[in-house]
Design a protein around this ligand. Structure first.
Ligand code: ADP
Ligand code: MG
Length: 499
């Protein structure tokens, strides 16, 4: 791959060393496990968490004479993902054997795609931020290619004192390797890129994106150079399995390389490992080259071919993706870019929001979902899948505010009741007497009481009309927050004789 510089160095992304500024260059190879019932070339299950070696067919165990048969669903998933990455779909692609020995690779080779991948160049728009001013910056990360390949099994060295065990459940599971161009310039950009990629595959339903289950992991390529100078030698940090670790690995690796270069040394191109306990990377082996693998087209598999109609049919059924959804929330509901970005960032949040917003005031719904629901979930350490308040319940709370049955303040209390005890918000308002008092007679009585109890404040308010707010507050308090704030405001001003 020829490296093309797509970015201008910017001060905020540079790191300063002892001898001047440095720019970090990052390119990622993300392995995303394809969502499918069966493996790439066998009918064995892909279910996570099965007992060791429960999901292994004769093909996955590489028994002599077994033949791979392509799983069409995996092909469709790769095409869908390619479309989601705005990438070129190759109507003809070829499966190759990548030869290497590993105890958890029974075939002695991995079936992958080398020169002719199923998906070619594409791009992803990544929002990086927010920065200290609360601003997001959109950058474009180029996609080099996406290819299909088999996952390997897993060696287990901690099961026995003198022996290693092997679990072949993952052997043959379909992976999409998504290779980016070296377009990222900071750990934050790389983290935002992986986050965006995960969002896209989750919207598409092509990978579950669960990094803690190993469904999405990244090989992180890092090099450093003087701002705008020649690309430097890269190191590749293998199999980093959390977004936080990706950031830590990049920062550590960049500093390590800068220290070597500033010391007059040179970077060896090598494969490294990230140790999450130490927050360090360490050398694993010197970089292998493509020719080391003796790639050749797999003689058991024909080239994979389909026509444009096949691609078009898949394109027609794609769900709305985060960028499009964000644009729509901004243009049709009038949401701010910031709010829309938060709401689309997770598929489950977007779905929740859209249920709440359906037929309601979009901005009000956005405020409630972002500030109240997400705020409470955050505090409780819960994901939206386990939200104690359903979209219907939150929608009902919003309806009650809109129709004037409860005040905004009471709505917060109601939300808490629904959160901790459940129930129908409308019935709760009835049974707990939370209804807003709009009866002016009752409000007037409360206003009169506050006024007669505070003659000194009345004097002050006449001299300084902003004091009226104090009276409004007292009346709201006296009515347990149930008085209609507008009615209180009007009455207070009228009684005090101020504008
Ligand atoms: P390989 O498969 O041998 O690792 P690739 O050409 O597929 O090689 O590139 C792997 C990744 O390395 C790509 O994501 C690419 O963007 C990235 N990359 C290439 N050169 C550099 C560099 N100088 N610095 C950082 N990343 C790089
Ligand atoms: Mg690589």
């Amino acid at each position: 791959m020829t490296l093309i510089d797509t970015r201008t160095p910017e001060a905020k992304r540079l790191i300063s060393g002892a001898t001047g500024d440095w720019e970090i260059i990052i390119g990622l190879e993300v392995h995303a496990q394809v969502t499918s019932q069966a493996k790439l070339f066998s009918g064995a299950s892909t279910a996570f968490g099965a007992p060791p070696n429960a999901n292994v067919s004769l093909v996955d165990a590489a028994m002599p004479g077994m033949l791979p048969v392509i799983n069409e669903e995996c092909v469709k998933q790769a095409i869908r993902t390619g479309l989601g990455l705005k990438a070129e779909i190759n109507h003809k692609s070829v499966f190759d054997r990548k030869n290497y020995f590993y105890p958890d690779l029974p075939q002695g080779y991995q079936i992958s795609q080398f020169k002719q991948p199923i998906v070619g160049e594409g791009k992803v728009i990544v929002s990086v931020g927010p920065d200290r001013q609360g601003e997001f910056e959109d950058i474009e990360v180029g996609i080099e290619r996406l290819h299909l390949e088999q996952d390997a099994g897993k060696s287990m060295h901690d099961q026995h004192a003198t022996m290693s065990y092997v679990d072949l459940n993952r052997s043959g599971v379909a992976l999409m390797e998504i290779v980016s161009k070296p377009d990222m310039r900071s750990a934050d950009e790389a983290k935002a890129y992986v986050t965006k990629l995960r969002t896209i595959v989750r919207y598409l339903g092509t990978c579950d994106g669960n990094m803690d289950e190993g469904s999405l992991r990244a090989d992180v390529n890092v090099s450093v150079r003087r701002p705008g100078g020649e690309f430097g030698t890269r190191c590749e940090i293998k199999n980093v399995n959390s977004i936080r670790f990706i950031g830590q690995a990049i920062d550590y690796e960049a500093r390590r390389q800068i220290a070597i270069l500033e010391d007059g040394g040179k970077i060896d191109q090598e494969t490294r490992l990230f140790d999450p306990n130490k927050g360090e990377t360490r050398s694993m082996r010197s970089k292998e080259e493509a020719h080391d693998y003796r790639y050749f087209p797999d003689p058991d598999l024909l080239p994979l071919e389909f026509d444009q109609a096949y691609v078009d049919a898949l394109a027609k059924d794609l769900p709305e993706l985060p960028d499009a959804k964000k644009a729509r929330l901004i243009s049709s509901l009038g949401l701010s870019t910031y709010d829309a970005s938060i709401l689309v960032s997770e598929k489950a949040v977007a779905e929740y929001f859209e249920k709440v917003a359906a037929g309601r005031d979009g901005k009000l719904a956005a405020n409630w979902v972002i500030n109240d629901l997400l705020g409470a979930l955050n505090k409780a350490g819960k994901g939206i899948e386990n939200a104690p308040v359903s979209p219907d319940q939150l929608g009902a709370v919003i309806d009650l505010i809109k129709e004037g049955t409860i005040s905004g303040k009471i709505a917060k209390d109601l939300f808490e009741v629904v959160w901790s005890e459940g129930g129908d918000p409308r019935q709760l308002v009835e049974s707990r007497g939370m209804k807003q008092v709009t009866d002016t007679g009752a409000i007037e009585k409360a206003v009169d009481e506050v006024i007669s109890a505070n003659p000194d404040k009345v004097e002050q308010a006449r001299a300084k009309p902003t004091m009226a707010g104090w009276f409004v507050g007292q009346v709201m308090k006296a009515t347990g927050g149930k008085a209609n704030p507008q009615a209180v405001n009007d009455l207070v001003k009228a009684k005090l004789g101020i504008e």
